[in-house]
Design a protein around this ligand. Structure first.
Ligand code: GLU
Length: 386
């Protein structure tokens, strides 16, 4: 009855789990949830005001499928100034970030094409590749060297069928960054084998000590790179479902066909909110980032104090990805923590084979909840070890 394509993919490890946790919380269970990567802050008021005003002005109809020109201009300006990307308005299409990744894969992948991405890596890359009838090729990052993605490991997985490399910096779930030198090597590999690079930069504004760098700004990289980013994580706008893609004009034309046959366009009042976000400077992002940094600095030592737990200090995004030496698989551990300790974490195995034995804890949650969450985990592990 159902297509092979849809039968071949599993539900999203992150979204499915958070639905389940919401159901349990609705039943009255006192669960602390650190599953979804979703800022607990409200969307800044100037953004909400701009959307409300747009609604009051009757902006409730279609816009261009590419997005409103003012917003595309603002995105191009931001990518140029902040990320040194050589782009202008025609290089931009407005769409939800997740959809941008989905559409980039649909645009470049033929059946049987292989796509390389990080392992552990975001839960949806593999299924999106499968939905395009491509073959997912997760390439392990090295935990012992701080979740480095070694270009030699990428080279070792290149075949005749490799068509694209997805790279996510800062990375979900590890919080590691892909260095400029590694990015240069990835461009070299892509040029040598004529590959498309899909750069998922949705956490670009959440880099704590170092600077974010966009692979698409490297010499000769822009034309073969599709850069994806958005408002969800930086501006606490997860429910607005808006982001963007920056790519060559030809790529944007192709993606626009998919947009026209699927979403048509994003709601104009949502686009107006997004425009206000970009036009009002970065102070609101900086404030939220500062708070995430403080939470990170508080949480990671608390986790490392727990017997059998070790956690690298993440350089970006808002996830603690920690190793748990308990002898249990991370999926079983997540179930036990949920039902016995009432703490909801995402099992590392949802992010690929290299994530088994790890748990992901989002620190986009209040300090009080993080402290209590770490305490519940510690108490549970103590009982388990008795
Ligand atoms: N990207 C977020 C996460 O990893 C939201 C859920 C999803 O898109 O997978 O938690």
């Amino acid at each position: 009855m159902f297509s092979k394509r849809i039968r071949n993919v599993q539900p999203s490890g992150t979204v499915m789990l958070s639905n389940k946790v919401k159901r349990l919380m609705d039943q009255g269970l006192d669960i602390l949830s650190f599953t979804l990567g979703e800022p607990d802050f409200s969307t800044p008021p100037h953004i909400i005001e701009a959307a409300k005003e747009a609604l009051d002005r009757g902006m409730t109809h279609y816009t261009s499928s590419l997005g409103m020109t003012e917003l595309r201009e603002a995105i191009a300006r931001t990518e140029k100034q902040k990320n040194s990307m050589d782009c202008d308005t025609e290089n931009v299409i407005v769409l939800p970030t997740k959809m941008a990744i989905y559409m980039a894969i649909q645009t470049f992948i033929n059946p049987g094409d292989q796509v390389i991405y990080q392992n552990p890596g975001w839960v949806s890359y593999g299924p999106m590749i499968t939905l395009a009838k491509g073959t997912p090729v997760p390439v392990k990052m090295r935990y012992d060297s701080g979740w480095i993605w070694d270009p030699q490991d990428i080279r070792d997985h290149i075949t005749e069928k490799t068509r694209a490399i997805i790279l996510n910096t800062p990375s979900n779930p590890t919080g590691s960054l892909i260095s400029r030198d590694t990015q240069k090597e990835i461009v070299e590999i892509a040029t040598e084998h004529d590959l498309t690079i899909i750069a998922d930069e949705v956490y670009e504004n959440l880099v704590y000590e170092e600077e974010h760098s966009s692979i698409g700004s490297l010499p000769d990289a822009f034309e073969r790179t599709v850069t994806v980013s958005g408002f969800s994580k930086s501006y606490a706008m997860t429910g607005w479902r808006i982001g963007w893609m920056v790519a060559s004009k030809e790529t944007i034309k192709m993606v626009n066909k998919l947009q026209q046959h699927s979403l048509t366009c994003l709601p104009p009042f949502v686009q107006m909110g997004a425009l206000a976000a970009l036009e009002n400077g970065s102070s609101c992002i900086d404030d939220m980032k500062e708070e995430f940094r403080k939470r990170r600095d508080m949480l990671i030592p608390l986790l490392n104090e727990i017997d059998g737990v070790s956690c690298e200090m993440p350089k970006g995004a808002f996830y603690a990805f920690f190793k748990m030496d308990t002898g249990f698989k991370s999926m079983d551990m997540a179930e036990m923590l949920l039902y016995k300790a009432h703490v909801a974490l995402t099992p590392g195995s949802a992010f690929g084979s290299a994530g088994d034995g790890f748990m992901r804890m989002s620190y986009a949650a209040s300090r009080e909840n993080l402290r209590e969450g770490a305490k519940r985990i510690a108490e549970f592990i103590a009982v388990l070890r008795k």
